[in-house]
Write a protein that binds this ligand. Structure first.
Ligand code: SF4
Length: 428
């Protein structure tokens, strides 16, 4: 469930039903103003709602003042071990400060940070890390790491509440995807505060994106999580933002920019789709509208499942076709497919989002499509469509099959008379 409470970080609402907030962290030395601002502008352009900067030294806290002034998005100061830096960051105008009460030097120092945050109306992010749980939870961490994480988080929440402070969000970070899922599910049921989600040290762009998509995606699909950060081992923080958006877009939690649909390709592929898809994806980054663009590796299926796409291309050896909403637009040489696709997209926007159709060109494209379509082929798309139809219409057959498979029924499955004959259920 979404958190009950909402906080506001520099004007961005978090929790309480607000859209899931995308954040990332700069990877520059914070005091290097030019490099830090350059990265903040890049992540803001990529769609970060909020950015976090590390503040491990005095000069970083000093630089914060200018960073906060110049940043187009709210800035969170990330503090470990030194509560004085947290105080200085609040003085410098940080829109939020992240501390782990367990490593900031005891409840008194946490209290000092809370008092200044309260006075300045600055929210905090408080959290726990699986790698640095309090000493008294070490044995529990060994026996039950999920319970240990949740207990540590609840203790932190209790500390905040004992200080009569509720302007905070909570994070529990772990490198383990299953532990992140289990602990956040548990915590979401027990506290009303917004949750920040992330997988710590998730890894490279490839593995880290997958771990984050599985971990954060599972929680977000359950309605758990109010702000996310994808941690990737890359200097390019904007990559983290792009992955975060893909997760939110896949779950239809937020919309931003175009959606690219591409077939997985198979032995029927007739042109260099790898480079075509990469090029289409690259050029689509310049568009902000949530337009749907499809790339099909062959015309054997016709336009098939890409019928709903705003624009799409499919190709054969020398020629290809551009279509829109299931209707052919024009036939073009394969090497011009991408350029022509974007010309059509630009014409669509120039005409106030109306598809521009030339009837003669469309008729030529329809002919081309008819010549290349082959409805006798069992393509992955047709198999999927058949399976979906069978699943919908075959309830009766499924009921019979279920009764035959029930261990108590004493019936042995005879594949020859099975209502789903042809599928094997046993290995010979
Ligand atoms: S049959 Fe389907 S998966 Fe194979 S190339 Fe054609 S569109 Fe792509």
């Amino acid at each position: 469930m979404a958190s009950e409470r909402q906080i506001t970080v520099g004007g961005v609402p978090i929790g309480g039903g607000a859209p899931v907030v995308v954040q990332t962290m700069t990877k520059t030395e914070t005091a290097n103003l030019a490099a830090t601002m350059d990265q903040i502008l890049k992540v803001a352009e990529a769609g970060a709602d909020i950015v976090r900067v590390a503040v491990p030294r005095e000069q970083d806290a000093e630089a914060l003042r200018t960073i906060v002034e110049r940043s187009p998005i709210p800035v969170i100061a990330d503090i470990h071990f030194n509560h004085t830096l947290a105080l200085k960051s609040i003085e410098a105008g940080a829109h939020c400060v992240r501390i782990n009460p367990g490593n900031i030097g005891g409840p008194e120092k946490v209290g000092e940070v809370v008092e200044l945050a309260r006075a300045r109306g600055v929210p905090l992010r408080v959290g726990v890390n699986s790698g640095s749980l309090p000493r008294h939870l070490r044995q529990l961490e060994y026996d039950n790491p999920v319970e240990a994480l949740v207990t540590a988080a609840l203790e932190t929440v209790a500390l905040m509440e004992s200080l009569d402070f509720t302007d905070f969000k909570v994070s529990m970070k772990s490198t383990s995807v299953p532990n992140t899922i289990a602990s956040n599910r548990m915590l979401a049921e027990r506290i009303p505060y917004p949750l920040h989600l992330g997988i710590t040290e998730a890894g490279t762009k490839w593995s880290g994106s997958l771990k984050s998509a599985v971990g954060l995606g599972t929680l977000l699909a359950d309605g758990v999580g109010d702000t996310i950060r994808i941690s990737l081992s890359t200097f390019h923080a904007e990559e983290e933002v792009k992955v975060a958006w893909e997760i939110l877009k896949a779950l239809k939690l937020r919309a931003r920019g175009p959606d690219l649909i591409a077939c997985p390709t198979c032995g029927r592929l007739q042109f260099d789709m790898d480079s075509v898809v990469a090029e289409v994806e690259r050029r689509l980054e310049a568009y902000e509208d949530p337009i749907e663009v499809s790339v099909l590796g062959c015309a054997v299926n016709g336009i098939g499942e890409a019928r709903h796409a705003d624009f799409g291309i499919t190709g054969a050896k020398d020629m290809g076709m551009i279509y829109s909403k299931g209707e052919p637009l024009k036939k073009v040489a394969t090497e011009q497919l991408v350029d022509e696709l974007f010309k059509e997209i630009d014409r669509y926007y120039a005409a106030g989002k109306r598809v521009q159709r030339d009837e003669a060109a469309a008729a030529e494209a329809r002919e081309w499509l008819a010549a290349h379509e082959d409805d006798t082929q069992m393509t992955p798309e047709r198999l999927a469509a058949l399976e979906a139809a069978a699943a919908e219409n075959d309830q009766e057959a499924d009921a019979v099959l279920e009764s035959m498979l029930a261990p108590a029924s004493g019936v042995t499955l005879d594949e020859d008379v099975s209502p789903v004959a042809g599928r094997r259920f046993t290995r010979s």
